[in-house]
Every structure is written in structure tokens, then in C-alpha cells.
Design a protein around this ligand. Structure first.
Ligand SMILES: *Cc1c(COP(=O)(O)O)cnc(C)c1O
Length: 376
């Protein structure tokens, strides 16, 4: 009998080994990983991570945030470059969003945050309260007060919720967990303008869309905006738990010494993995190639799945792709797995593909081939 809480749907498979973009189970069967461990191992099981983690673990694996941490400075520098941000490190996506909510409230002195229907921001109380999905919140009330939910891609619905208490608007640029729904560019540009005019902070949750997932380091680059606060986690250290919040330098006054913190946040082991990850993501041409692979994947899916009557829609950005289907998702996932392909689902009717950014054209062909059979 298991001594674990039954809070996850676990497949009856144990992965015991990984190499590049493939996982191996206890029977030795190989699987092409088109989930990246839910958008985490964006570089696959890369040897650079093995090298940096091995070296770090033999030198020093933890110091508290009461001392200098040059690796945090280096990672912050790699993330921020010439932009006008400061970084705060934590351990997860939910925690990065908690930090964002706290920073926004303290910096503005206002309490309300406009989030969106069908969003996903994590499972802690603040992040869950920002998450506009009843199924995530049900049974856990009372939630944190001050959250309202606008309709995604509907600027008027945001405007209608703004009051003198509004501190921030918070959203994903591609709603991930609820079905891979990219925001419209005009909506996001309009939202940025609206926030500037009304003196409201714009928080962009890039926990899933960040770290090259959508073809640029951050998805906000493609939307041509500069959010006030950005949250990151999943792909930030390619599998080592870490989260980060980037916030405008002008917000620094709200996060003075003692205002917020984390015991483990940004520890040297996580930072060494994050540094190695960012150095690869920032290699000249790397993200351009990932973006081109996203285009290739979408082209192949459009071509090979065009006769699948079960497929209603293909959408995405970069290597974050949703396939909307009438088939039962658990069956699709199971059949694909039997065919050696690991998939994710999103929402109630969408297969979600988050392949490593290092995926090869041959691996894309292999995956599309399995999908074609399973979705036929
Ligand atoms: C996964 C996810 C989170 C939560 O991250 P955790 O590390 O599980 O807390 C928050 N926001 C978005 C957009 C996510 O995809």
C-alpha cells in the first residue's frame, strides 16, 4: 500500500534514466519526451547540467540568503541584461507569483488584482486565488480576497473591473494549463497601455512561457511589451527547483530588508543549474533555432493531422503547442506512450506538446507520426 497522498494521477510507469530528449522506464523501453517534465527540462537531459551540478555539489550546495551569493548576481544578470529589472529568487512558480502579489500590493498600497478566467498561477493561497478556475479553488476557501477575473483577450472586461483599489493586472501570455490559448497581440498591447494610463502594475506569469519555450527567452518580447513584474520557474534551472520574480527597479523600495524571503530561494545548487541553462539558452542562434523548430512542428502537425476528424484546432507559440481533440485525452496519452511518446494534456480537450528546445527535426517527425496514428 502506498504511503503517499493520492493527489496525483500517476501512470504505472517508473522512469529510471534519461539521455538528451529521451526517457527510459524500468523495463528499458525508450520514450521521446514531448512534455519536458511539464515544461521544465527545456534543454532535455543535457550534459552541461550534469557538469555544473556535479562541480557545484562537490564544492558547496547551500548557503543562506544572509551572505553574498555571486551566482544569484550572475543569473540575474543573464536574465535581465540591459532591462530595468531586479530579481528575487524562490523555489517554484507558485512562490514566484506569491512574491509578485506581495510586491504589487506593497508597492502600490492597493489590494486588488485583476486576473483572468481559465488562468493558472499555482496552488498556494495567493496563486490559487489568482487562478480563475473553480475546480482548482473548490473546497479550499476562504480564498485570499481582492481577486477579480476578467475574460481573456477582452480588454473591455478588464476596464470594467478597474477601481481605485486596483494594484495590478496579472496574466499568462499563453494560458497553459487551461488549454494552450495564446493572447492576442492587440489585447496585450492595449492592456499595457491601459495599465500605464491607470497607474496599474502589469504582472506577466511566464512560469511556463519563459525560458525560450515560446521561441524567445520571454514571451513578452514577442508581444512587444515590458511588464512591471515577470514571474519565472519551470524551465529556469532545467529541472532543479527554482523560481524567480523580476520586477522594475522602481519597485525596490517595497522589498527592503526583512520584507520577504525564502530559506532555500536561489541557493547555489539551483543557481549553478540556472546559470548553465541560461548560458545555453543565450548561445547565439539557439533560440532562433528553437523558434524555427516550433514552426516546423506546427507545419508538420497541420499537414499530417489535416485529415484527422478528431482534431478541431492547432494553436500555440514556439514549442508550446495545443491540439484540441474530441478524443478522450487519457486514451490519447496512453496510446502515444505505448508508441514511445510522452504527451501532456491541458484543460478538458487539449493535448499539450512541450518538447525540449533541443528537439531535432527527426524527433519531431517521429512524434508527429505517432500523433497521426493515435489521433486518426
Ligand atoms: C506551472 C505553473 C505555475 C505553478 O508553478 P509551480 O512550480 O507548480 O508552483 C504557475 N503559473 C504557470 C503559468 C504555470 O504554468
Amino acid at each position: 500500500m502506498s504511503h503517499l497522498f493520492p493527489n496525483y494521477h500517476r501512470s504505472p510507469i517508473t522512469f529510471v534514466k534519461a539521455e538528451n530528449n529521451s526517457l527510459y522506464d524500468s523495463s528499458g523501453k525508450a520514450y521521446l519526451d514531448f512534455s519536458s517534465g511539464i515544461g521544465v527540462t527545456n534543454l532535455g537531459f543535457h550534459s552541461a547540467l550534469v557538469a555544473s551540478l556535479s562541480e557545484q555539489v562537490q564544492t558547496l550546495w547551500h548557503t543562506p540568503n544572509l551572505y553574498q551569493n555571486p551566482l544569484q548576481e550572475e543569473v540575474a544578470d543573464l536574465l535581465i541584461g540591459e532591462r530595468d529589472y531586479l530579481a528575487y529568487f524562490c523555489n517554484s512558480g507558485a512562490e514566484s507569483n506569491e512574491a509578485a502579489i506581495k510586491l504589487a500590493r506593497k508597492a502600490t498600497g492597493k489590494s486588488d488584482i485583476i486576473a483572468f478566467k481559465n488562468s493558472f498561477h499555482g496552488r498556494t493561497f495567493g496563486a490559487m486565488s489568482a487562478t480563475g478556475q473553480e475546480k482548482i479553488q473548490k473546497g479550499f476557501g476562504p480564498l485570499l480576497s481582492g481577486f477579480q477575473y476578467a475574460s481573456f483577450n477582452d480588454l473591455a472586461s478588464v476596464e470594467a473591473l478597474i477601481s481605485e483599489n486596483t494594484a495590478a493586472v496579472m496574466l499568462e501570455l499563453v494560458q497553459g494549463e487551461s488549454g494552450v490559448h495564446p493572447a492576442d497581440k492587440a489585447f496585450i498591447k492595449g492592456l499595457e497601455t491601459l495599465c500605464h494610463e491607470q497607474n496599474i502594475l502589469l504582472i506577466v506569469d511566464e512560469v511556463q512561457t519563459g525560458m525560450g519555450r515560446t521561441g524567445t527567452l520571454f514571451a513578452f518580447e514577442q508581444y512587444e511589451i515590458e511588464p512591471d513584474i515577470v514571474t519565472l520557474a519551470k524551465g529556469l534551472a532545467n529541472g532543479v527547483p527554482v523560481g524567480a520574480m523580476l520586477g522594475r527597479t522602481s519597485l525596490a523600495h517595497a522589498f527592503g530588508p526583512g520584507s520577504h524571503g525564502s530559506t532555500f530561494g536561489g541557493n547555489v545548487l539551483a543557481m549553478s543549474a540556472s546559470k548553465a541553462t541560461l548560458q545555453i539558452l543565450k548561445e547565439p542562434g539557439f533560440l532562433e533555432e528553437a523558434s524555427a523548430k516550433g514552426d516546423y512542428l506546427m507545419t508538420q502537425l497541420k499537414d499530417k493531422l489535416q485529415d484527422c476528424v478528431s482534431v478541431f484546432d492547432l494553436r500555440g507559440l514556439g514549442l508550446m503547442v495545443g491540439i484540441e481533440t474530441s478524443l478522450e485525452l487519457s486514451k490519447v496519452v496512453e496510446q502515444a506512450r505505448a508508441g514511445g511518446l510522452i504527451l501532456l494534456t491541458a484543460g478538458t480537450n487539449t493535448i499539450r506538446l512541450l518538447p525540449p528546445l533541443t528537439v531535432t527535426s527527426a524527433e519531431i517527425d517521429q512524434a508527429v507520426n505517432v500523433l497521426q496514428k493515435v489521433l486518426a
